[in-house]
Design a protein around this ligand. Sequence first.
Ligand SMILES: [Zn+2]
Length: 330
Amino acid sequence: MAFKDVLGHERVKKILRKALQKKKIPNSILFCGPKGVGKEEMALVLAKAINCERKKDDACEKCTSCKGINAGNFPDVMVIQPDGNVIKIEQMRALRKIAYLKPMVGKKRVFIVTEAEKMTEAAANSLLKVLEEPPLFSYVLLMTHNPFLILSTIKSRCQILNFPPLSKEDIERELMEKGFTEEKARVISRLVRGNLKQALGLDWEDVQVTRKQAWMLFLSLVKRENFAFFLRNYAFSYKSLVKQDWEQILEILSSFCRDLVLLKEKSDSNLLMNPDYEDEIRKMEELVSLDWLMKCLEKIDFAIYGLGKNLNVNLLVSSFFSNFKEWEYA
Ligand SMILES: [Zn+2]
């Protein structure tokens, strides 16, 4: 895998390649971004590019170093993962010891610490010593999905690289390249909030169940007579659903609303997010106005935004429901 093979994150790639060309890679970098967006892949490419025998600003994938790192048996590149639930002080002590030894076969030593937020305080303090006096030939790349859990003393000694969630379009394209049908790729890319790993691991049967749930919710929204059903199935059971369930259901709900907008506006039905529901959605065309749909989309987007900002799930969902009760149907 070279830089071009890491999905998205063009800005990060540009920064890293420029730094590689100028030989000015910072000794400690904190990769921040949601799970599954490719932070570790990027770190591995960087480790290869730093050690590559042929290329200056990328991995050639052919030299001994690149091949060794890909095979996981290159002694100068180490990946440190949590041991159980935490990264222990012993792990960081070992890192510290090795960091000051000259590389064995490569040009530089690179330590990739995944889930850095799981460092115990003692482990973090042990690592801090390396970050404070970094040996010229060692690089520490820390990954985290939650920079708030990283000690500020660590953060302040790292260059921070932000990895935004991948776009739905990027994920859709990648899934299709991996052999997913267009329909599956389109549906799944909307469910995973920019997390490619999750997209690749989703079970299509489970996805269909969630879609069915969202469809029932959509039905009860557009058909007022299903209100009781809606309340029974959602309002009273929502507490058992976790944030991720809600994000998925709301994303799909939003996609049904968007599809209905498209159909009402007589747009190209190839653009539908849920082509397999087209006939069903068409039956709803006369039930609600465009205005109502737009308002609905706005409320759903707000709820999704709130979930993403880690606002209280129960509060958000309650307010979504109570809003819903007051919504006027046109
Ligand atoms: Zn190489």
